[in-house]
Design a protein around this ligand. Structure first.
Ligand code: DQA
Length: 141
């Protein structure tokens, strides 16, 4: 089983950026923990700040992998193209957010990708990613 976690813009700065919202842990550190928990799954991680690169990555693996966990960052709220990329591939995608986007500025409640994903997990800090893995696993059972 192979899952890819994709993080979008500014998420390379987790642990540094707006710590009161996104926490103190870098994604690399958290990802090592996740790999220990899910030793039997082939778990990979990709990050880009560039919309087109995120789309290329979805195209690259979106016909072969078993699941994509996507935190598209601010592109969630703006990118028609990312939604189209998710709709174009076969691999199921879960939309993830670290913060509860519905408790923040109103524009963050809007998602341009949600309709193309199998579901959304938001507001549980970094644990949102683990919950998304659990959701994919229960779906594949
Ligand atoms: C985010 C929420 C987005 O609104 C924001 O632009 C991000 C991170 C989250 O994980 O909470 O960059 O996707």
């Amino acid at each position: 089983m192979n899952f890819l976690i994709i993080n979008g813009p500014n998420l390379n700065l987790l642990g540094v950026r707006e710590k009161s919202i996104y926490g103190e842990v870098s994604f690399e550190t958290y990802f090592e923990e996740l790999k220990k928990i899910y030793g039997k799954i082939q778990l990979e991680y990709y990050q880009s700040n560039i919309e087109g690169e995120l789309i290329d990555e979805i195209h690259r693996i979106g016909f072969d992998y078993d699941g994509i966990i996507l935190n598209a960052g601010a592109y969630t709220h703006t990118s028609v193209a990312l939604g189209d990329a998710i709709a174009a591939v076969n691999t199921p995608v879960i939309e993830v957010h670290i913060s509860n986007v519905h408790k923040r500025e109103p524009f963050r409640s809007k998602t341009m990708i949600g309709k193309d994903c199998i579901g959304t997990i938001a507001g549980f800090g970094l644990d949102s990613y683990r919950l998304a893995i659990e959701a994919l696993l229960s779906r594949l059972d």
